[in-house]
Design a protein around this ligand. Structure first.
Ligand code: S3P
Length: 756
């Protein structure tokens, strides 16, 4: 019902009232969306039952009677019956009637309408397809929530009136469906692959087994896998008969694709090609997980929806323990990228099984690299060499990961095939011209196709890149790395000068793979040079624990009275240790113990004790690139410090997964902290007082803006809050630190994760 109490429709007429029609009728009745609901079906019993269930006000045996004066007509019939029904109702339609249907194929419904109305289709004709169902049918099987959280596809035609489309969107949204509009042809093609082919395969398998002599035994011993796979073969044969014939062309092409793929499986099993078989199975499993994630995140990508939150309650008495945080994100990304283009096998241990690094892993699987794992942080990559990557079948989805997108921009600019890279809501807002520009100077054909030099990034296959020298305008390890990686394939030398030192994992790891990379100290940063045309040789990579993840625990311990925490085997590459230096300058009790080298990277155990009141400082600008990801956590430390903390020279924070200066300032203010964001930093008035351990933060509501580090930083604030803090949009924490809540609880934080 609309705000002024006028229902959305005056009279709705259903032609056919099975599972789908009766479910929609339930929604219309429950939400008072129509003044009157009527239906026509051949079965008098269905009409009587529908009336008794309160789904319709009147039933008719003929469609022509039902549609009179109706402003919405829903054809809820088998698709093959559409033409006949339209023929019958044509003379009785109101001029402004909206006509829609619920069939699984759309091309033939449009054709049926053209056969009846000619090329001038009624303005109100808008075909539709709710992607929901069940193996049960009939008016009694209908459910009011059948469409909830399901997709409904509308396929408006050129002739369709936008008002009619809008009203149908409103109708389906009342059923809690997610409405998508697309082209008729696209609909039929997509559905042929994702719905019609799986149904055909299920019918086919059951039919194949049922025809065997020993069928009873087979069905008796069939396990859960068979039950899951064959469930849809119990669907209505008449309906599927109609669909298979109605969408014949698209289905036959999907079947051909299936046969080809099955043939490939047959071949590798026949030849016992174990690597290829593992590669195909691993790719399929990963693709399934990846799609699952993408599907679960569709609302996030499209409307920035929030699906998870953290609530941290006051009262944590301690923040202590001995444990290690997961693997380093930057190193994990690079281990896959370099292992993929190396010759031979690369074994990785300590790999971060977070969504960002998994996006990189999936991208290389999509480009034909056989990768085993990850399993307990172990990954084995069967490198394909410098010229072995293959064109991916579709766009590479990089999720939330700027590192994947920027480094791959460099690598893919040098490949002979075309690629497109996309990302989630946060990545889609991040600047990509910073990497595209220098790559173009090298000869790359790369475009940032988003509105403001943002993703999607589209690369046209090119060969013959030329080495360049590039003075980086900003201190960015991602841009530096992207250029150097393109340089691996370029003619001559490629060199990059950085304005200040930035993380050097690319340089170190290329050397570990046997590639010669020179680093020369300059006045401020370094100049890094490599020659194109060499090769990488597979190796073993041990990924250290991520200092960026450890930072939340370091700050947590530093602001807690009774903390005593040891974080084991943390990477302390000198280009990453700004957070330790800054916390020390603020007076935190931190020691770096057992320094050692693992897999070419320095690591150490970090011991932090609470109980010291931190002091506000002017954060040293030379530490900014070395602590670039840790500032959100450091702002929490600053709020707990005594006196003012000033940060300058950190404008890069505005273009991270969110605008970290603004988003942190908003959150701090919401929790009762005075602060002033500036163009390149922030001024925070700390509330700490020497020797006092009263709460620093009020309770409150925080928006993470799809930024994992914002979500984790405000979780840490919960250690010094007076009332609960709720952080909305914490699903992205899984990009870098999937075990964050588990470890935070272990240390003593009162944190709860819930789905919303
Ligand atoms: C990264 C570099 C940094 C950092 C990011 C990871 C890398 O980004 O913020 O989390 O792995 O090279 P910028 O290069 O944009 O500073």
């Amino acid at each position: 019902m609309s705000a002024n109490n006028t229902p959305l429709f005056e009279k709705v007429a259903f032609i056919g009232l099975g599972l789908i029609g009766s479910s929609l009728a339930r929604v219309i009745k429950a939400h008072h969306l129509a003044g009157e609901v009527v239906a026509s079906t051949r079965s008098e019993k269905t009409l009587a039952d529908a009336k008794q269930l309160g789904l319709i006000d009147q039933g008719f045996s003929s469609a022509s009677e039902a549609v009179q004066d109706a402003d919405l007509i829903v054809l809820a019939l088998p698709v093959q019956a559409t033409e006949k029904a339209l023929q019958q109702i044509k003379p009785y339609l109101r001029a402004d009637a909206i006509i829609t249907d619920v069939g699984s194929t759309k091309g033939n419904v449009v054709q049926a309408a053209k056969n009846v109305f000619g090329e001038n289709l009624p303005k109100g004709f808008v075909p539709g397809h709710p992607i929901a169902g069940s193996e049960h049918s009939g008016v009694h099987a209908g459910k009011i929530d059948l469409f909830a959280k399901h997709k409904v596809i509308l396929t408006p035609l050129e002739s369709s009136d936008p008002i009619a489309v809008q009203k149908l969107i409103q109708l389906w949204q009342s059923a809690q469906a997610e409405v998508i509009c697309m082209d008729v042809a696209q609909h039929d093609e997509v559905l042929a692959h994702t719905s019609h082919l799986p149904h055909l395969m299920a019918f086919n398998l059951v039919e194949q087994l049922a025809n065997r002599q020993d069928n009873l035994d087979i069905f008796r011993y069939a396990a859960g896998g068979f039950r899951d796979f064959s469930r849809i073969a119990a669907s209505d044969p008449q309906m599927w008969h109609d669909i298979f014939l109605a969408n014949k062309k698209a289905i036959l092409s999907a079947v051909t694709g299936f046969e080809d793929q099955l043939q490939r499986f047959k071949q590798v099993i026949q030849s016992e090609d174990s690597n290829a078989l593992m590669g195909m199975l691993g790719h399929a499993k990963a693709a399934r997980q990846h799609f699952n994630h993408m599907l679960a995140n569709t609302p996030l990508m499209e409307n920035n929806a929030v699906t998870q939150q953290f609530t941290i309650s006051p009262g944590s008495q301690q923040f202590s323990g001995h444990f290690s945080v997961p693997g380093d994100k930057s190193v994990s990304h690079r281990s896959i990228m370099f292992g993929a283009i190396a010759e031979g096998t690369t074994h990785v241990t300590g790999f971060l099984e977070g969504e960002d690094a998994l996006a990189t892993l999936q991208a290389f699987r999509d480009m034909g690299v056989s990768i085993e794992g990850p399993k307990n942080g172990e990954v084995t990559i069967h490198g394909v060499g410098m010229h072995g990557l293959k064109k991916p079948a579709s766009a590479l989805y990089m999720g939330n990961s700027g590192t994947s997108l920027r480094l791959l921009s460099g690598m893919l600019s040098a490949q002979a095939f075309d690629t497109v890279m996309t990302g989630d809501a946060s990545l889609s807002k991040r600047p990509m011209e910073r990497i595209a520009k220098p790559l173009r100077v090298m000869g790359a054909k790369i475009q940032t196709t988003g509105e403001k030099g943002t993703p999607p990034v589209s690369i046209t296959g090119a060969q013959g890149l030329k080495g360049i020298h590039y003075d980086l305008p900003m201190a960015s390890a991602q841009v530096k790395s992207g250029i150097l990686l393109a340089g691996l394939w370029a003619e001559g030398a490629t060199s990059v000068t950085e304005p200040e030192p930035t993380r050097d994992h690319t340089e170190r790891m290329l050397r570990a793979f046997g590639y010669d990379v020179k680093t020369q100290k300059q006045d401020h940063g370094n100049q890094i040079t490599l020659q194109g045309g060499g090769k990488l040789v597979g190796t073993n990579i041990q990924v250290p624990s991520d200092i960026s993840s450890a930072a939340f625990f370091m700050v947590g311990a530093a602001i807690s009275q009774n903390a005593d925490l040891t974080l084991q085997a943390v990477g302390i590459n000198p280009t990453r240790t700004g957070v330790i230096e800054i916390l020390k300058q603020m007076g935190a009790d931190i020691s770096v113990l057992n320094e050692r080298i693992a897999g070419g990277e320095p690591i150490a155990d970090i011991h932090i004790r609470g109980g010291k009141t931190l002091k506000g400082i002017h954060m040293p600008e030379d530490q900014v690139p070395l602590a670039i990801d840790e500032f959100p956590a450091l702002f929490i430390a600053a709020a707990c410090a005594e006196g003012e903390t000033i940060l300058t020279g950190a404008a890069e924070l505005r273009v991270k997964e969110s605008d970290r200066i603004q988003v942190m300032a908003d959150g701090l203010i919401a929790l009762g902290i005075q602060c002033q964001p500036t163009d390149d930093g922030i001024i925070i008035q700390g509330k700490g007082k020497t020797g006092e351990w009263s709460p620093i933060f009020t309770g409150g509501q925080i928006e993470s803006h799809h930024d994992h580090r914002i979500a984790m930083s405000f979780s840490i604030a919960g250690l010094r809050c007076a009332e609960p803090i709720t952080i909305h949009g914490t699903e992205t924490v899984a990009t870098s630190f999937p075990t964050f809540t588990e470890l935070a609880k272990k240390a003593g934080m009162l944190i709860q994760q819930s789905d919303v």
